[in-house]
Design a protein around this ligand. Structure first.
Ligand SMILES: [Zn+2]
Length: 177
């Protein structure tokens, strides 16, 4: 805060548009002596964590994906799948479990780890096995640490070799079936 008001430029350093808009609408009560809890669904209907996650994926969609993944000439269903990945609308088991729509949040590929977006697109043991196998056939796919890392690296690779990102994304798509 600056002069008992939100420091909006500072907020933009850490949060996306929607979350900054949300935070800056919270009144700063000058006569309160200590912080108090705001209702977590106030104003937007979304929780802070949902807004934070949405901002993360919206940034990926706007800054990273627009420029390259349409050039891969993916099957339209696979292209839609990438778009859904970037908009965080793929129902991972962790997503379903959190909403009590699944009995477990473990990976469907039987690797006994929680299946969130990072696991599903980058760190799953089965994916690592496939990457190792492909690399033994002279493909040069890197290991990804997260979904953001995966998208960033696939974008870089697509400049010199669009086949590799296309193959990896198509594999992710088919592994979902
Ligand atoms: Zn897994």
């Amino acid at each position: 805060m600056v002069n008992r008001a939100w420091n909006v430029p500072k907020l933009f350093q850490f949060f996306g548009d929607e979350l900054v808009n949300f935070i800056s609408k919270i009144d700063i009560l000058q006569n309160l002596e200590e912080d108090s809890m705001e209702h977590k669904f106030k104003l937007s209907g979304k929780s802070i964590s949902a807004l934070s996650l949405a901002a993360r994926y919206t940034e990926i969609m706007q800054e990273e994906v627009d420029h390259w993944f349409f050039k891969l000439k993916l099957n339209p269903r696979v292209e839609l799948f990438v778009w859904r990945l970037c908009m965080n609308t793929i129902p991972t088991t962790d997503f379903l479990f959190y909403r009590r729509l699944a009995d477990s949040n473990l990976c469907q590929r039987s690797c006994l780890e929680v299946e969130n977006m990072d696991h599903y697109t980058a760190t799953c043991l089965k994916l690592l096995h496939v990457i190792r196998l492909l690399n033994s056939w002279v493909f040069l796919l890197p290991v990804f640490s997260s979904f953001s890392d995966c998208i960033r690296k696939l974008k870089l690779i697509s400049v010199r070799n669009p086949f590799l990102p296309k193959m990896y994304i198509t594999f992710l798509f088919h592994s979902r079936k």
